[in-house]
Write a protein that binds this ligand. Structure first.
Ligand SMILES: [Zn+2]
Ligand SMILES: [Zn+2]
Length: 919
């Protein structure tokens, strides 16, 4: 190796190399995979291109290169247990990849990999090994093609091609779908890197047991489509998908034996070390906490940058757990004050140039980390103490696994995440039942109304519709791009008249005609109905039979009129958009001509709410700052709902300001314009991109601006008004918490706003009528009424206590003498506890010695006993229980309750109760 490259240079080298070879550099997708409900987090480079391989997405390029942010901390791929213990595992990591979509294949993929590793990065050619596929079951042909290309590479040691079976060298996306052989490149770091040198009989080997050979890069060659366990058919076009662990290649090129010793972690570890005042040697001696903190802080910073803040459910829980785990490992090296923000600053400094979202959200990242540490610090001691108790009980009972439900209680009460409870248990040779914890969490989340589905699954019937698409293409009914989609200008009824019904699907089957009441899916060549996306709900409307013109050819079929009520829309597969509805009259047939009519009144309401959402998003940034990023959105006809990151509740003044800014923007009558741009260009210009949304290469941008200033600029595929004044009016209905660190605003516009105003004004007028005042005078009138009520209450309380006193004085004459003790048992009607206590004091004043009294109002009871009697064994609490009541307190004064309906009885027992206790 000639020069030591930094991690950032290595990443850039990779991208530059493939860009020079005709690849398009594609930015990493968010850690939150948009539109994929099966995944909690993006966990490989494949996620962003999966749809391209399956055929439901098309890109304007056929060669791509990227560095993808990945998180493996939940679900099937979970490396959390390993992190910290060794030098190679991470919760967050980057995956470098080059991609060919039906473009180049094995020859180029292998050639370029070889050139990059040896020519550009100067790795020793004799140290590189390649593996290729040879079926251990003997069914699929060996990949001799790849083996041959390896042997052709200049300087490659021909005997260093090895063959491996399905487990190592055959890649599949799922049980069916694209798959193919893969070829891995391994690097021999030399004998000194073997960690099994002391193991008798150990032999270092590729795919072996030790750390000498490292797998650097996996090249996947997709050439088959799996139809079943034993059936493969060749794909019409072959693809390449490669993945190289970024941290690993950096460790090799920087010649260190740990990912954590690469410069990617230097800044973060230096900060940590300056906080602990450990020397480098001391740090190495106890490296685990350092590794965990550095790793977890990096993950948390990237998560928060992608809009995932700490919370209790799903992704937010993971963010919380990671931060709390980092804090706990920090405590192991003596860090007790919040410190993660300082480490995160170092992470942002290292990664911020390539991943600008880190810099952009720096304040939010640091703020969330510190808040979460403080929250955790408040309860962690009580939580771990409680856990220690449970663990010692466990040991005493000779058990080894803590019940998951109890672990969940620890989380619910003390914020101790499962993973931390398990860490602590394992440190003592015990374990925690994970299934039980998950179960308890699910029960809890259902009870609290959380845990909603993460979104719609990509259609399971997409292959079925792909078949229909193929057929329609063959019959020239649809072009290569499929159904034409234009919800932006296509709402006028006359634009889409005379559309041919291309296909009807009932009960998952293609049919020639449908009948009354059938639930039907309809494919037309074009549609103006909006498909739910970006929070905006889909359009509804009608498809109606268009009768044939009396003269001429074409037109409708011979059948009679029919009507389909469209309730929703969906993209069933690449190129196929279906109208989902119900036949409400007649019998629609394939080949009939139809008129498609979007419910325009509803659509207009939706557009008002969508444009208002953009205006409000911009206003929130003005009032709360750039950190108030969208975390979720719903644009419906009757209201809009908007979730955004914000640690604290908004003040009434802030809410009012947002409302005013939006209404001013409405009144300014600004034009709302759209433009199509490349994603990269729009982002560079500062367009706000929305959380969890998946964007294509070309995006629509929506701008609200007047002559001299841009008010709002967002990436958005939704439908909008032409001018802001069409919103009419905007009113915030509520502001509340949606999740930890996330606030939710609900608002109304246009007709909804008018209805709200009318409803509220009516209530106000009724109130004014009842108060016999004008509307303007209502607040003052109500205030004076409240004063009056509070005076009356005071007066009433006074009267009652006077009345009680009078009763009490009367009853003092009923004091009995039991032995030498004065015993009083009375009921004071309509009184309060405070009055009873006051009367108890009066009793003690009158009988400073040798007195015991029981006072009751309703079912509330107070017992009072003088000090000398306490010494003689009479305790106030015992008197209450002695007459059948419940309660407690001090020996000389106790409070409790008597069973309903037994007050008279109980009072009769007082004298006897005193006598029994008296010594
Ligand atoms: Zn070895
Ligand atoms: Zn939008």
């Amino acid at each position: 190796m000639t020069k030591k490259l930094t991690g950032n240079q290595i990443r850039q080298d990779f991208i530059d190399f493939f860009v020079e070879h005709g690849h398009t550099a594609v930015p990493s997708m968010s850690l939150v995979p948009g539109g994929d409900a099966t995944l909690l987090f993006t966990n490989s480079g494949m996620v962003q291109f999966k749809d391209v391989f399956v055929g439901t997405d098309k890109r304007p390029y056929t060669r791509a290169v990227d560095s993808q942010k990945c998180l493996r901390v939940a679900g099937k791929h979970n490396d959390l247990d390993e992190v910290g213990r060794d030098d190679t595992h991470h919760t967050f990591f980057e995956m470098l990849g080059n991609w060919s979509f039906g473009d180049y294949y094995k020859k180029e993929a292998i050639e370029w990999a070889w050139q990059l590793l040896t020519d550009v990065w100067g790795l020793d050619k004799t140290h590189l090994w390649a593996t290729v596929f040879k079926d251990d079951k003997g069914n699929i042909p060996s990949d001799e093609e790849a083996a041959d290309y390896w042997r052709l590479q200049p300087g490659f040691q021909k005997e260093q091609v090895l063959y491996f079976g399905r487990k190592d060298n055959f890649w599949e996306m799922a049980e069916t779908g694209p798959c193919g052989p893969c070829s891995e490149i391994h690097y021999d770091r030399g004998e000194k890197y073997c960690d099994k040198q002391d193991v008798p009989g150990h032999v270092c080997a590729v795919n072996g047991e030790c750390t000498r050979f490292l797998e650097l890069w996996n090249l996947v060659f997709m050439q088959y489509n799996r139809l079943g366990p034993d059936t493969l058919e060749p794909l019409p076009a072959t693809h390449v998908d490669t993945g190289m662990g970024f941290e690993r290649i950096v460790s090799v090129l920087q010649e260190v034996n740990s990912n954590y010793k690469t410069d990617l972690f230097t800044k973060a570890l230096d900060v940590l070390r300056s906080l602990t005042s450990h020397t480098a040697a001391e740090m190495q001696a106890d490296f685990t906490p350092y590794r965990v903190v550095a790793d977890h802080t990096r993950s948390a910073a990237f998560l928060i940058a992608d809009g995932v803040v700490p919370g209790n459910m799903g992704r937010n829980y993971v963010c919380r757990m990671i931060i709390r785990r980092a804090a706990r490992f920090g405590a192991k090296i003596g860090l007790h004050e919040p410190f993660l923000a300082k480490v995160a600053e170092a992470v942002i400094a290292e990664y911020g140039d390539f991943y600008p979202e880190l810099k952009k959200n720096q304040a939010t990242i640091l703020d969330n980390l510190t808040r979460e540490e403080i929250r955790f610090a408040r309860t962690v001691e009580a939580g771990t103490a409680q856990l220690e108790n449970l663990l010692s009980e466990l040991r005493a009972a000779n058990q080894t696994t803590l019940d998951g439900h109890r672990a969940f209680d620890l989380y619910a009460t003390y914020g101790l995440p499962f993973e931390i409870s398990r860490d602590i248990a394992r440190e003592q040779g015990l374990d925690v039942d994970e299934k039980g914890f998950t179960e308890a969490k699910e029960i809890h989340s259902k009870a609290s109304g959380g845990g909603k589905a993460m979104g719609k699954l990509g259609g399971e019937d997409s292959e079925f519709f792909a078949g229909i698409f193929k057929q329609l293409q063959k019959n020239k009914k649809l072009g290569e791009h499929g159904v034409e989609y234009d919800p932006y200008t296509g709402t006028q009824v006359d634009k889409y008249t005379g559309l041919e019904v291309l296909a009807l699907v009932v009960n998952g089957e293609s049919v020639e005609s449908a009948s009354l009441d059938d639930q039907v899916e309809v494919i037309l060549p074009k549609t103006g109905f909006y498909i739910e996306a970006g929070g905006q709900v889909g359009d509804t409307g009608y498809l109606r039979f268009l009768p044939a013109p009396v003269m001429g050819r074409g037109g409708g079929g011979e059948g009679g009129a029919w009507e389909i009520e469209v309730a929703g829309m969906r993209r069933a597969s690449a190129g196929v958009i279906v109208h989902i509805g119900e036949v409400i009259s007649g019998q629609p047939k394939v080949g009939d001509k139809a008129v498609a009519e979007v419910d325009l009144v509803r659509r207009h309401d939706i557009m008002r709410n969508h444009t208002a959402t953009h205006l409000m998003h911009a206003a929130l940034h003005q009032v709360l700052g750039e950190g108030a990023v969208q975390a979720g959105s719903l644009v419906a006809p009757d209201r809009l709902r908007f979730d955004f990151n914000q640690p604290e509740a908004m003040t009434p003044e802030q809410i009012e300001r947002v409302e005013k800014i939006v209404n001013d923007a409405i009144a300014a009558d600004m034009p709302v314009t759209f433009k199509e741009k490349s994603l990269a260009e729009a982002k560079k210009e500062g367009a706000m991109a929305l959380f969890g949304e998946k964007y294509g290469e070309t995006v629509r941008t929506i701008t609200v601006a007047d002559n001299d200033h841009r008010y709002s600029y967002e990436l958005c595929g939704g439908t909008h008004l032409d001018r802001t004044s069409d919103v009419g009016a905007f009113l915030i209905v509520s502001e509340g918490s949606a999740a930890a660190g996330v606030r939710r605003i609900e608002a109304v516009t246009g007709r909804g706003a008018y209805e709200l105003i009318a409803k509220r004004f009516k209530a106000l007028k009724q109130t004014a009528g009842a108060l016999k005042s004008s509307v303007e005078e209502v607040p003052a009138k109500v205030e004076s009424l409240q004063d009056e009520v509070s005076d009356l209450k005071k007066e009433l309380a006074n009267l009652r206590s006077q009345q009680a006193l009078a009763t009490f004085d009367l009853r003092l004459s009923t004091v009995q003498t039991v032995k030498d003790v004065n015993v009083l048992a009375v009921e004071i009607p309509d009184s309060t506890v405070d009055t009873l206590r006051m009367l108890a004091d009066k009793f003690r004043e009158k009988y400073p010695k040798g007195g015991a009294a029981v006072l009751v109002t309703g079912t509330t009871v107070i017992a009072v006993v003088t000090e000398d009697l306490v010494k003689r064994g009479v305790k106030a609490g015992d008197l209450i229980t002695g007459i059948g009541g419940k309660g407690g307190g001090r020996p000389n004064l106790a409070q409790g309750s008597l069973p309903e309906g037994q007050v008279k009885d109980a009072l009769g027992k007082v004298a006897k109760a005193v006598e029994e206790k008296l010594k």
